[in-house]
Design a protein around this ligand. Structure first.
Ligand code: TPP
Ligand code: MG
Length: 542
């Protein structure tokens, strides 16, 4: 390496030294020095077919590794194509860094190719958005962007680099920048003691844990807290798997009772958004006292009896230490267990259906039965993913990835490829609705070229079910809610060099999965599903 390098190389070097191993991208002249720098410094470059996939892959990388995922996209349309992923990362707190090209400063305002002030567009969907001012700042600013993405409330950071700045050069720095993320203040001991007292006094305590538990690496601490203090747990977002299915303190199917009848609710790393009915009845009991533990007070719009904001892992650990030895509320837990068991029994009829075309719940149950305990499931779709989210339980967090509250269809193929790249030894199963798969099926070409053998199972019902069924229920009719029946997505994947087959009976599912994994190729099992099998939804998602 020579003593000086252009800004592109310096950015690549900062990434490499910060531990970034993969760069998701799609070519464009505005980012050539970054691509050349990445190649020089040994980052694995995964070039996709649409910038949306580059940015979603970076986000997916973050979701399965908790490292900052990185994408480089060209100026103008490259950046606008990554906007959905930035917004999804912002609403799901995924740490990612998107580097964009930018028209040169020297001709700014004169109408260069793809000239656009990206910052105006991405400011509201990122934690931080900036334009690099000079090659001298390239290395330290890139390192600082990674640190920002991983600090406090984690999230997406965007930096664009004007073409003339990118070709400017500076000395290569010797060591890496200081990269330790800022996790926020440590918990106040008096507040910890207060929360422990509230817990001790509560008769019907309950816990809801959300995605920040995952981002803060606090899953073991949450487990310790609920086990030591005998607290019933519900989870959402990336906190899925904090307790495994069947754990005596885990109540995914009795959430309504646990939170709706509690007198004290610990909200740990979760937002009071639509998923929790904004913290209002009937999901949250009207007169329950609330306690917040999170990195900050974002979306905590209900008064609380106490709050610990800051280093979430340290807060939960402190509380677990202070709350141990609280006696079990046997009656409360028995009441919840009864409700949990009844709800699980009700699902059996769906998961055992022998119908052809296949009931989506049966398909999900079969895939779940087939998969390894450490398999990573990626969900991308409507009702099909709702069935999966309800029926598939993971033994650990990080083994279930979905779009989160932003809900962007089409993120699945990119999330899956990132998951498989991060964990090559594990099975990665993409559960895709037929509608969802249409958004980015061309990424199977990326998977073929880069040898990323994800197995995709399509719940092919020929409709946009999550819209069609509610539309019919609410409006008595549906518009623009149909797809073609039995579209050959398997042939699309086969044509791109992958493995594909189409099936329509439940007994064909296990053998097809076996063949798909044995092929060693990116694969698509296209399963014709019953379009009338409606997801039993209690509310319209809005
Ligand atoms: C980018 C984007 N466009 C539209 C929607 C609205 N939407 C949510 S679910 C859904 C239907 C999905 O259909 P499919 O993937 O076939 O799954 P199914 O519901 O049929 O199981 C639609 C259109 C969305 N969430 N994201
Ligand atoms: Mg569908």
């Amino acid at each position: 390496m020579s003593d000086s390098a252009n800004a592109g190389e310096l950015i690549a070097l900062a990434l490499k030294r910060a531990g970034v191993s993969h760069l998701f991208t799609l070519n464009g002249g505005h980012i050539w020095p970054i691509l050349v720098g990445a190649q020089e410094h040994g980052l694995r470059i995964i070039d996709v077919r649409h910038e949306q996939a580059a940015a979603f892959a970076a986000e997916g990388w973050a979701k399965v590794t908790r490292q900052c995922g990185v994408a480089a996209v060209t100026a103008g349309p490259g950046v606008t194509n990554s906007a959905s992923a930035l917004a999804q990362a912002q609403s799901g707190d995924s740490p990612m860094f998107v580097v964009g090209g930018r028209a040169p400063v020297a001709r700014w305002g004169m109408g260069s190719l793809q000239e656009m002030d990206h910052i105006q567009v991405v400011r509201s969907i990122t934690k931080r958005a900036l334009t690099l001012g000079s090659a001298e700042e390239a290395y330290s600013t890139a390192a600082d962007c990674l640190r920002t993405a991983l600090s406090r409330r984690t999230g997406p950071v965007f930096m664009d680099v004007p073409l003339d700045v990118l070709f400017g050069s500076d000395d290569v720095p010797e060591a890496t920048e200081h990269l330790t993320p800022d996790l926020g203040p440590l918990p106040d001991p008096d507040t910890v003691a207060l929360v422990a007292r509230l817990l001790r006094e509560a008769e019907r305590p309950a816990v809801i844990a959300g995605g920040n538990v995952w981002w803060a690496h606090a899953e073991d601490e949450v487990k310790r807290l609920v086990e030591d203090a005998h607290l019933p747990l519900n989870v959402n977002g990336m906190a899925r798997g904090v307790l495994p299915g069947g754990h005596p303190l885990f109540f995914p199917r009795a959430r309504g009772k646990a939170l709706g009848e509690a007198d004290l609710i610990l909200v740990i790393g979760a937002q009071l958004d639509f998923r929790l009915n904004w913290g209002q009845p009937p999901v949250f009991a009207e007169d329950a006292r609330l306690v917040y533990l999170d990195v900050d007070d974002y979306r905590k719009h209900r008064p609380a009896a106490a709050a610990l904001f800051g280093d979430l892992r340290a807060s939960v650990a402190a509380l677990a230490g202070a709350a141990g030895g609280i006696p079990e509320r046997a009656e409360w837990l028995a009441h919840l267990r009864e409700s949990e068991a009844a709800a699980r029994a009700r699902d059996a009829a769906m998961t055992q259906s022998d119908s052809s075309p296949v009931h989506p719940a049966r398909l999900i149950a079969e895939v779940d039965r087939f998969a390894d305990p450490d398999a990573i499931f990626v969900g991308d779709g409507g009702d099909f993913v709702s069935f999966a989210g309800r029926l598939i339980e993971r033994p650990k967090p990080g083994l279930w990835v979905d779009p989160g509250p932003f809900g962007c269809l089409g993120s699945g193929p990119a999330y899956s490829m990132a998951a498989k790249l991060a964990h090559p030894q594990r099975q990665v199963v993409l559960l895709a609705g037929d509608g969802a798969l249409g958004f980015s099926a061309m990424e199977f070409d990326t998977m073929v070229r880069h040898r990323i053998p994800v197995v995709c199972v399509v719940g092919n019902n020929g409709i946009w079910a999550l819209e069609k069924h509610p539309m019919q229920n609410m409006l008595g009719m549906s518009v623009a809610a149909d797809l073609a029946p039995q579209t050959r997505y398997d042939k699309v994947v086969e044509a791109l060099g992958g493995y594909g087959e189409m099936i329509d009976r439940p007994d064909q599912i296990q053998p097809a999965l076996k063949r798909a994994f044995a092929s060693g190729l990116p694969a698509c099992i296209n399963v014709i599903c019953d379009e009338h099998a409606e997801y039993p939804r209690s509310s319209v998602l809005m």
